[in-house]
Design a protein around this ligand. Structure first.
Ligand SMILES: Cc1cc2nc3c(=O)[nH]c(=O)nc-3n(C[C@H](O)[C@H](O)[C@H](O)COP(=O)(O)OP(=O)(O)OC[C@H]3O[C@@H](n4cnc5c(N)ncnc54)[C@H](O)[C@@H]3O)c2cc1C
Length: 552
C-alpha cells in the first residue's frame, strides 16, 4: 500500500440510496465544513431499490389526514407487535418535512380535485401513502452533489475499520483499478439496503429478485462483525409479484382498489381476513395466496375490471410512467388489458429488509448502533415498514447527530491490519481452490433456503440448513474470483449466506408462529404473546452468535 491509499473523511456514508444521500445533504447543510464522503458500489442516480422508479411515498403522516399515534398503531399491526416504536416515531414526526423537501426539489406530488395531496391506504390501518411522480432518485442524486458531498461511485465497501471499541472507518474496493482503499472516519453510516438474494426466485434467475439484487446484506455482515446487534431475521419476508415480470405492483394495485382473485374468480381474502381484505398485513396476504394455490384454486391474480376506467388509467400511469416503464411492453406483448384481464401473481423469493420488513441493525433514535460512531439507516436499519420516507428521515437524523459531535480523527485505526488481511483474501480468491463457480455456490445455498428456511419452518429443517451450510462457510474464501467485479460478487454472496444463516438461527430461536406466512413454525403453530411479543437481538459472542429476547 502507498500513502494515498488511506484517506480521512469526517462522515463516511456506505451506500448512496435515499438514506445515504439524505444523510449527506443534511450533514452538509448543518456544517458545510464537514468532509462528507459517500462510497457507492454502483452509480447513485440509478442505484438501489429506489433506482427502478417509485410511484409513492408509502408512509407520510400528512397533517389533517393521519396522526403520529395512528401511524404507530399501523406499524404495530403489520409487525404483530414486535417493534421498537422509538424509530417509527422519529419517522412519523419527520415524514411530512421530507415530503416538503422533495417537493421543493421538483419531485411531483399530484393533487386531487380538492387541491390536496392524494393520500391512499396501504398499511392495514390509516392513510399514509402519498402519490408521487417524477425521477426521485435522479433528483436526490443531483441534490447530493449540489450539497458538496464527495461521491465515489463503483466503490463497494468490503470491511469496516475499528478504532479500539469505536468505529474508525471502512475499506472499499475501487472497481476500476482493483485497488483497496482505506477511509478513516470517526462516523460511519451503513445504508446498503436490505438482502435480496437469500431465497431463490421461482424463475431460478439469481438476480431476478423482488428487491435490488446487488443489495445483499453487506451492512449487516460488516456491522455484526464490528460488534453491532441485529434483529428481525426470523421475519423472512416474501412479496407478491407479477408473474414473469420482475417488478412489484402490489402496492400500486392494492391502494387503488384491485382485488385478489383465485382461479375460480373468487375474491378469496374474505376467507383469511374478512375485515381488511387486500389491506391485511403482508404476511397474512402472502399466506392466503399460497393457501389458495395449495387448495387447487390457483392461479391467483389481481383483478381490475370492477374499477372505474379513470382508476385503471391512474394505475397504468403510476406503473408505466414511473415504477416500471417496461411493464407497458410486457402487458402489450402478452395481450393483457387491465380493464378486462386479471394479472397473475406469484410469491417472491424469501428476502430480508429493514424498511419493508423487520430485519436490520439495531439503532437508537439517531440510528446509532452499540458500536460508538457506527450508524445505520434505511433498509439496513431495523425501521419496520419505514420504506422511502423512513430511509430519508433516518438519514437526516443520523446526520444531525454526526454534525452535532465534533469530528475527531480516530486515534489508532487498524487500517494496515485490515488492508493486509483483505489483500491476502483477494489473492486467495484469485487462486480459487474450490473449483466451484460462484453462481453454483450461490444457487446451492439459496435453493437450501427455499427448502429449509422458507416457511413452513420446523426445528429439524432449520437445523439441517445450518448443518448443510457449515461447510459452505468454510469453503467460501476459496471461491474463484479473478477480477474486482467478481470479488465484489463473491462478497455479496458471502453476505447473503451470512444473512440466511442468521435467518435460520433466529427462526429456530423463536418457538412460536407469528407474522402470518413469514414465521410459520409447523412445530409451534400457535402465537405466544406471553413469551414472544419481543424482538430477538443477535450479537457476536466469543463462540458465535448470541441470541436474546429484547425484553428478557
Ligand atoms: C420493488 C420495490 C418497490 C418499492 N416501492 C416503494 C414505493 O413506491 N414507495 C416507498 O415509499 N417505498 C418503496 N419501496 C421501498 C424503498 O425503495 C426502500 O425502502 C428505500 O429505497 C430504501 O433506501 P435505502 O437508501 O435504505 O436503500 P437502497 O435504496 O436499496 O440503496 C442502497 C444503496 O447501497 C448501495 N450498496 C449496496 N451494497 C453496497 C456496498 N457494499 N458498498 C457500497 N454501496 C453499496 C446500493 O448500490 C444502493 O445504492 C420499494 C421497494 C422495492 C424493493
Amino acid at each position: 500500500m502507498n500513502e494515498t491509499d488511506s484517506v480521512y473523511t469526517d462522515f463516511l456514508i456506505v451506500g448512496g440510496g435515499p438514506a445515504g444521500c439524505m444523510a449527506a445533504i443534511r450533514a452538509k447543510e448543518l456544517d458545510p465544513t464537514l468532509d462528507v464522503t459517500i462510497l457507492e458500489k454502483a452509480e447513485i442516480s440509478r442505484s438501489g431499490a429506489a433506482g427502478r422508479g417509485m410511484d409513492a411515498l408509502n408512509n407520510v403522516v400528512v397533517p389533517g389526514v393521519g396522526t403520529v399515534e395512528e401511524y404507530l398503531e399501523a406499524v404495530e399491526i403489520v409487525t404483530d407487535g414486535v417493534f421498537d416504536p422509538t424509530i417509527s416515531r422519529v419517522i412519523a414526526e419527520r415524514s411530512f418535512g421530507i415530503l416538503k423537501r422533495l417537493e421543493g426539489w421538483g419531485v411531483e406530488f399530484p393533487r386531487g380535485k380538492d387541491g390536496n395531496y392524494i393520500v391512499n391506504q396501504f398499511h392495514p390501518k390509516g392513510r399514509f401513502l402519498v402519490e408521487m411522480r417524477g425521477e426521485l432518485k435522479k433528483i436526490i442524486a443531483r441534490e447530493t452533489r449540489k450539497a458538496g458531498a464527495t461521491v465515489m461511485n463503483r466503490h463497494p465497501v468490503v470491511d469496516l475499520i475499528k478504532d479500539g471499541e469505536r468505529i474508525g472507518g471502512a475499506v472499499a474496493l475501487d472497481l476500476e483499478t482493483g485497488r483497496l482503499r482505506a477511509f478513516v472516519a470517526p462516523a460511519v453510516l451503513l445504508c446498503t439496503g436490505g438482502a435480496a438474494r437469500i431465497g431463490l426466485s421461482n424463475t431460478g434467475y439469481l438476480h431476478g429478485t423482488f428487491d435490488c439484487p446487488w443489495c445483499n446484506g453487506e451492512s449487516w455482515k460488516m456491522g455484526y462483525e464490528a460488534g453491532a446487534s441485529l434483529t428481525g431475521f426470523e421475519y423472512t419476508a416474501r412479496s407478491s409479484m407479477t408473474r414473469d415480470f420482475n417488478g412489484a405492483g402490489q402496492s400500486t394495485f392494492i391502494r387503488h382498489g384491485a382485488w385478489l382473485v383465485n382461479g375460480l374468480g373468487e375474491r378469496f381474502m374474505k376467507r383469511y381476513d374478512p375485515e381488511r381484505m387486500e389491506h391485511a398485513p403482508a404476511g397474512i396476504r402472502g399466506r392466503a395466496i399460497i393457501e389458495e394455490e395449495k387448495a387447487g384454486r390457483g392461479p391467483v391474480a389481481f383483478a381490475f375490471s370492477h374499477l372505474p376506467p379513470e382508476t385503471v388509467d391512474l394505475i397504468e400511469s403510476a406503473v408505466f410512467d414511473v415504477e416500471r416503464p417496461t411493464m407497458r411492453d410486457y402487458f402489450r406483448n402478452k395481450g393483457i388489458d387491465l380493464r378486462k384481464d386479471p394479472v397473475e401473481v406469484v410469491m417472491t423469493e424469501v428476502y430480508l429488509c429493514g424498511g419493508h420488513g423487520l430485519a436490520g441493525l439495531v439503532g437508537d433514535a439517531w440510528g446509532e448502533t452499540r458500536v460508538p460512531g457506527l450508524f445505520a439507516a434505511g433498509d439496513s436499519l431495523a425501521n419496520p415498514y419505514g420504506f422511502l420516507a423512513g430511509a430519508m428521515c433516518m438519514g437526516e437524523a443520523v446526520a444531525e447527530r454526526v454534525a452535532e459531535r465534533k469530528a475527531m480523527r480516530p486515534e489508532d485505526p487498524d487500517t494496515r491490519e485490515r488492508l493486509e488481511r483483505l489483500e491476502a483474501l483477494i489473492e486467495r480468491h484469485k487462486t480459487g481452490a474450490l473449483q466451484v463457480p460462484l453462481r453454483d455456490f450461490e444457487y446451492k445455498f439459496r435453493r437450501l433456503v427455499n427448502e429449509y428456511v422458507a416457511p413452513p419452518k420446523s426445528a429439524r429443517k432449520l437445523q439441517r440448513f445450518l448443518d448443510e451450510t457449515e461447510a459452505m462457510v468454510r469453503d467460501q474464501d476459496d471461491i474463484p474470483a479473478r477480477d474486482p467485479h467478481q470479488f465484489m460478487k463473491v462478497f455479496e454472496a458471502k453476505a447473503g449466506l451470512f444473512c440466511a444463516r442468521m435467518a435460520a438461527r433466529a427462526s429456530l430461536f423463536r418457538t412460536e408462529s407469528r407474522f402470518g406466512l413469514y414465521h410459520e413454525r409447523v412445530d409451534y403453530p400457535e402465537k405466544d404473546d406471553e413469551n414472544w411479543k419481543t424482538r430477538i437481538i443477535i450479537t457476536a459472542g466469543p463462540n458465535g452468535p448470541v441470541l436474546e429476547k429484547e425484553n428478557a
